[in-house]
Design a protein around this ligand. Structure first.
Ligand SMILES: [Zn+2]
Ligand SMILES: [Zn+2]
Length: 326
């Protein structure tokens, strides 16, 4: 009798696990799931429709490799329709400025220029972006520790301090730093952390410079032709700002196309993400902000030219051709 009960119990646990795992599985990206996630475009004006038509400029997301984000973290996906109905508190008149606030020094030889990050944030979201004076930590004691050769700061303390300084017209506040970060004592480090309810995030660029991983790594990069480290750090920093701030607008990770909003499990995976959103994520951002998509692509193309992001300039040229001149 006890043996029978054990078998029944194991069976029930097995069924429950199967249901949970099935529910947690990331849906496959197929023409049908992508089209459903994008939603109907027929009611849009011709330029709006052309802005969101996938055309040839986007690659569907394939099956993840064993070490990639989606192989480890199942994601249900977020359709445009679900996003539009989410009731998320998007920017409104009087509360639509995006603030960047440095924490600590930004040594010019290994840091992205703050003004370049501000201009990128403004062009990406088509909202005013401003730099705040550096986070004042003289009156606050931020928890920190030594890990290897780096001093690391506890993300929670920085977020708590930043929230107090959020200006009245601020939609979000992004603290940027060249210090290394950790979220709690159980973690080795973290690239950053975003708090949706507070609309505040803190992001470290400390690990974006190859010298963080040692001089041998810098030499390897130089010999592989990736010698322009300044361009690499700026590209990585702009990409992480756009991705993380995207979360603060209520956008979930993208599971449909190769897209800036794809989750990432490593610097290698983040580097392989494109510097643009897919049509589904673009439609979400446009719904949240209400920008002119063509004007946005033109502004981004100007910046990409001046930042030396040549691959992105070519992509934007192609996309603007697809949308057409009007
Ligand atoms: Zn993310
Ligand atoms: Zn996407």
């Amino acid at each position: 009798m006890i043996r029978l009960l054990r078998v029944i119990l194991l069976l029930l646990i097995g069924i429950a696990l199967a249901v949970i795992l099935f529910k947690l599985r990331t849906p496959e990206s197929t023409p049908q799931t992508r089209s459903e996630a994008l939603g109907e475009l027929n009611d849009l004006s011709t330029p709006e429709r052309r802005l969101l038509e996938p055309g040839e400029d986007f690659s569907p997301l394939g099956k993840p490799k064993a070490y990639e984000w989606l192989a480890i973290v199942p994601e249900p996906g977020q359709s445009w329709h679900k996003f539009a109905k989410s009731g998320f508190p998007w920017p409104e008149s009087g509360r639509h400025t995006l603030y960047l606030q440095p924490f600590g020094e930004f040594p010019p030889d290994r840091s992205p220029p703050l003004e370049a990050l501000r201009a990128w944030t403004e062009a990406w979201f088509m909202l005013p972006a401003k730099l705040l004076p550096p986070l004042d930590v003289t009156s606050a004691s931020l928890t920190n520790r030594i890990n290897g050769s780096a001093t690391q700061y506890l993300t929670r303390d920085i977020v708590d301090q930043a929230v107090r300084g959020m200006p009245q017209d601020g939609y979000l506040l992004l603290v940027v730093t060249m210090h290394d970060l950790y979220p709690d004592s159980g973690w080795n480090f973290v690239f950053g952390e975003a708090h949706l309810a507070k609309r505040v995030g803190v992001f470290s660029f400390a690990r974006y410079h190859p010298s963080f991983y040692g001089e041998k790594h810098v030499a390897n990069l130089a010999s592989s032709g990736t010698a322009d480290v300044t361009n690499l750090i700026l590209r990585r920093s702009c990409a992480v700002l756009a991705h993380e701030a995207g979360h603060l607008f209520g956008m979930a990770h993208c599971i449909y196309y190769c897209c800036l909003m794809n989750g990432s499990n490593s610097l290698y995976e983040s580097d392989s993400r494109p510097m643009h959103e897919c049509p589904i994520c673009l439609r979400k951002l446009q719904t949240a902000i209400g920008f002119d998509g063509r004007a946005r692509y033109r502004a981004l193309r100007e910046l990409c030219r001046s930042y030396g992001f040549t691959k992105e300039v070519a992509w934007l040229d192609s996309r603007l051709d697809h949308i057409g001149p009007q």
